[in-house]
Design a protein around this ligand. Structure first.
Ligand code: SF4
Length: 593
């Protein structure tokens, strides 16, 4: 007995048919679930040329071994596909309860392929799968869609839904669940839209079997007390991610006016203490004692958050100090189905283009008037919104300004300025889905910790360790905010759920295997060293003020750090995993060739 449901649901939207197949236990043994297992299924379904928006490109929903159990912070679901924004592999983690309920319905994962002729939503109701007409929902925001589905089904099943941005194939479109939770990055919402799939709802009444449940429960109680509800994690409960605004501003790495600066003169308008004055409720994902979700209401706009990334990218990075405007922008993005990080990045780049006289798209730093119109224009692909929605890389190719176009591989920078955290620069450059803060987070040790942020020494290993840890963490589908979890705690969780002794070393090796599989898929799509780069601003423009004043990451230092990273990984000079490395990790020969 294990906690796997033992079944994968395959749904072909083109023919409106579905079938069940047994979970591939060999793959599950090596990749566990979530991100890793999703990558393994993806590897069997795509090649380097697969168009992310084609019917052939799969959209994979994958649970983890702990989904549906009482393991803390296990209420996440992994969404895996190929990114329309970058052409890389793409996995996102979404909170709420969809993953747990999917497991109760009897599935470890769902794989959607094909394209429905007309808009549909899929209702997975235990063993039954229904294709329901969604023509009346097309054009609706994610929240109205979720409400309408709840009304139609007469229940409150968790729903994954897209807004108009996903329908219009905007490469920064996200998937929303339970009104305020997002699988945000890389255009997962556009992949769903390309399949004419407006939403997925799930109802599950079964249970998850956990072997040796009594011994496991005692272990979990200890873990919750000693490792989850501890000072190092409780910030998530009391403040949530907005706590980072003050910390990053003080470290000089709060993106400001398109990463021209690392401190924002009006940062106090965006801090956790300011937000607490507008807090109207709390929320937790399934089985989470941390409950980081904070509902905030400012005038008519209500959001969960705004999260740190949104406060920074949509706020300081656009020079916007008006909290009401930031919350309104955030609420519009949530409902329209837009990633706030990429939308904020594109807006800030457009603002700098205008202020430098390169091209005027009508936006200015600090000006909220046109700014508040932007989410609607982007999501509907109207006017200048059609250009903004294609992201910073596209804008730079069309209008100029590549040297300050803050993206990697076409994915906009998250909210940590790499000149004040050199390891973060390497983490962005080598991330499997483009610039991302959730693959490795060396900034926690650098600018916010005790490691010198302005050196390359030790950074390659720091980034590798983080990438392995998060790869297995997102494969067990545990929340990132259980920050103190490590290979030992993850081994304890996996052992308890699977009923066999799993060591911390096995967890670490699985993390490395998953990371290499992602790289391999990206190599097959043509990615090499020349793509593991940072924008010129990071190398050429010294930080003008703050704790990182005067800093750049010198090009030669960056190249040395990258070479060391490849070498420690056992990859060649181009960043291609060697055959012996792949063999040592046990990556199947048919994928490795
Ligand atoms: S910490 Fe927050 S995002 Fe993470 S599982 Fe708990 S409620 Fe969800």
């Amino acid at each position: 007995m294990t906690s796997y449901a033992g079944k994968i649901l395959r749904v072909d939207l083109g023919s409106k048919t579905y079938r069940l197949e047994p979970l591939n236990l060999e793959w599950a043994r090596d990749y566990y679930g979530g991100k890793g297992l999703g990558y393994r299924y993806l590897a069997s379904l795509i090649d380097g040329d697969t168009d992310p928006l084609s019917p052939q490109c799969p959209l994979v929903l994958m649970t983890g071994v702990s989904a549906g159990t009482v393991v803390p912070c296990s209420g996440k679901l992994a969404v895996i596909t190929k990114s329309p924004a970058t052409g890389t592999v793409l996995d996102c983690s979404i909170g709420g309860s969809f993953g747990s309920i999917l497991k109760y319905a009897g599935y470890d994962g769902v794989i959607f392929t094909g394209r429905a002729q007309k808009p549909v939503y899929v209702y997975i109701n235990d063993g039954k799968v229904e294709f329901r007409d969604a023509e009346g929902l097309w054009g609706k925001g994610a929240s109205d869609t979720e409400m309408a589905i709840r009304e139609e089904l007469g229940a409150r099943p968790p729903v994954l839904a897209i807004g108009p941005a996903g329908e219009n194939l905007v490469p920064m479109a996200c998937i929303t669940s339970e009104f305020y939770r997002q699988a945000g990055r890389g255009g997962v919402g556009a992949v769903m839209g390309s399949k004419n799939l407006k939403a997925v709802a799930v109802n599950g009444t079964g249970k998850v079997n956990v072997p040796g449940i009594s011994a496991f429960m005692a272990d979990l109680k200890r873990l919750v007390k000693e490792d989850v509800l501890t000072d190092s994690n409780l910030w998530a409960q009391t403040d949530g991610t907005p706590a980072l605004v003050e910390a990053t501003n003080s470290a000089g790495i709060l993106p400001t006016r398109n990463f021209q600066e690392g401190t924002f003169e009006a940062f106090e308008n965006l801090t956790s203490s300011t937000l607490k004055g507008h807090r109207v409720g709390k929320k937790a994902c399934h089985s989470c004692p941390l409950a980081c979700g904070n509902y905030v209401e400012v005038n008519q706009a209500r959001v969960e958050g705004p999260e740190y990334e949104t406060l920074a990218l949509v706020g300081s990075n656009c020079g916007i100090s008006d909290l009401e405007a930031v919350v309104a922008f955030n609420a519009a993005c949530d409902d329209l189905g837009l990633d706030t990080i990429s939308a904020g990045g594109a807006m800030a780049f457009a603002m700098e283009l205008a202020e430098r006289g390169v091209h005027d798209l009508g936006f200015r730093f600090g000006d909220t008037t046109k700014y508040l119109e932007a989410p609607g224009l982007i999501a509907r692909g109207e006017g200048i919104g059609a250009e903004l929605g294609k992201g910073v890389k596209h804008l730079a190719e069309k209008y100029g300004g590549a040297e300050y176009a803050m993206h990697v591989k076409g994915l906009e920078f998250p909210a940590y300025e790499p000149r004040g955290s050199w390891g973060m620069g390497l983490a962005y450059a080598t991330s499997d889905r483009g610039a991302c803060h959730m693959r490795a987070w060396p900034v926690g040790d650098e600018a916010l910790g005790n490691v010198n942020p302005f050196t390359i020494e030790g950074k390659a290993q720091l980034v590798i360790d983080g990438q392995h840890k998060n790869s297995i963490k997102f494969s067990l589908v545990l929340c990132d905010f259980w920050g103190s979890s490590n290979f030992e705690t993850m081994a304890a969780v996996a052992s308890g759920c699977l009923g066999r002794a799993i060591t911390a070393q096995e967890m670490e090796k699985a993390g490395e295997r998953i990371w290499n599989l992602g790289r391999l898929l990206n190599v097959k799509a043509g990615f090499r060293r020349e793509h593991d780069v940072l924008p010129a601003r990071v190398h050429d423009d010294p930080m003008p003020s703050g704790s990182a004043q005067g800093q750049v990451i010198p090009r030669d230092e960056f190249e040395r750090m990258l070479s060391e990273y490849y070498s420690l990984r056992g990859w060649d000079h181009q960043g291609v995993p060697t055959a012996s490395k792949l063999e040592g990790l046990g990556i199947d020969k048919d994928v490795a060739k």
